[in-house]
Design a binder for this molecule. Structure first.
Ligand code: ASN
Ligand code: ZN
Ligand code: CA
Length: 328
């Protein structure tokens, strides 16, 4: 049989019924797209590359974890959307900017409640008896964005750069969720809301007010020794404030209430523009040791490059950094 790039149908745990780009021809298909993003089954193993998913009718999964294909549909969909987001919105041709897709491995280990990027590939656990597979769109976008950060600024994973690194993954994970237009997992400013990682329906992280997770900081401070998943808080907060503005707001049925650290009022310039500014900052102005202060200076330069020195966009980016306690 010949390999052709075709459109299949997936039924994911989180993404519902979706169209997926697959490879194959009558009777023999692979969960692989035209740039070689593909998904393999670890089937409980914690090593090796897994077995590539294959299917005879190009209809994948049934939406339930009773089918091992369902989480694979989520992972493949997340990889395809993340690739397309970077390519079509940010002008970056994949994680390595060379047109290559990446492998995603699903069903890692047993009751594994995490997902990770290891420099080469994506890996997802199935979650535990009271949480869900880790294969949601924002988590896929988050993990693959660690690959983008590694291949651009190369931000260290401790102190200030550690927080910037984690927040970059939350920012682009969220942007991929919005970009996908998926109606089963619509865009929001929450991270991991589909995973039920706390067992009570709450998300892993909140971008409007990061301290709602019980650990993250809302405002910049000394980040020495702070877990990057908590030192990410101020930049996630900056992203929300710059996008949507301060105060209370309901978007897509989700209520947000974002305070500033200095009592100022901030108006949003829209998430698409903020994400463009942040990608330019990451890929042009930051290095492995960049601080929050360098992020402020780099983002203002990026906003000038993209929108002009006297633009409302540039003013909004700057004001949002002041509002998270990163001074000029
Ligand atoms: N899911 C985690 C993260 O991306 C995995 C880790 O801690 N390395 O931050
Ligand atoms: Zn991360
Ligand atoms: Ca989300």
């Amino acid at each position: 049989s010949r390999d052709e790039i075709v459109e299949g149908t997936g039924n994911g745990v989180h993404v519902g019924s979706v169209s997926l780009t697959t490879t194959g021809s009558s009777g023999a298909y692979k969960l692989r797209d035209g740039v070689n993003n593909y998904t393999t089954d670890l089937n409980g193993s914690t090593s090796g590359t897994g077995t590539e998913f294959t299917d005879s009718d190009d209809v994948w999964g049934n939406g339930s974890t009773s089918s091992r294909q369902s989480a694979a549909v989520d992972a493949q969909y997340g990889a395809e959307k993340t690739f397309n987001y970077y390519k079509n919105v940010q002008g970056r041709n994949g994680i390595w900017n060379d047109g290559r897709g990446a492998r995603s491995r699903v069903h890692y280990g047993s009751n594994y409640v995490n997902a990770f990027w290891d420099g080469t590939q994506m890996t997802y656990g199935d979650g535990s008896s009271n949480s869900n597979p880790l294969t949601s769109i924002d988590v896929a976008g988050h993990e693959m964005s660690h690959g983008v950060t590694e291949n651009t600024a190369g931000l260290d994973y401790s102190g200030d750069p550690g927080g910037l690194n984690e927040a970059t993954s939350d920012i682009f994970g969220t942007m991929v969720e919005w970009y996908s237009g998926n109606t089963s997992d619509p865009g929001d400013y929450l991270i991991g809301e589909e995973i039920n990682i706390n067992g009570n329906g709450t998300p892993l992280r909140y971008m409007d007010k990061p301290s709602k997770d019980g650990g993250s900081y809302d405002c910049y401070r000394n980040m020495s020794g702070v877990d990057p998943h908590y030192s990410s808080g101020p930049l996630n907060h900056w992203f929300y404030l710059a996008s949507e503005g301060s105060g209370a707001k309901t978007i897509n049925g989700v209520s947000y209430n974002s305070p500033t650290c200095d009592g100022s009022t901030v108006s949003g310039i829209g998430r698409d523009k903020v994400a463009k500014v942040w990608y330019r900052t990451l890929s042009t102005y930051l290095t492995s040791s960049s601080t929050y202060g360098a992020a402020r200076n780099g983002a203002i330069k990026a906003a000038k490059d993209l929108y002009g020195a006297s633009s409302a966009e540039c003013a909004g980016i700057e004001k949002a950094f002041t509002a998270i306690s990163v001074p000029a």
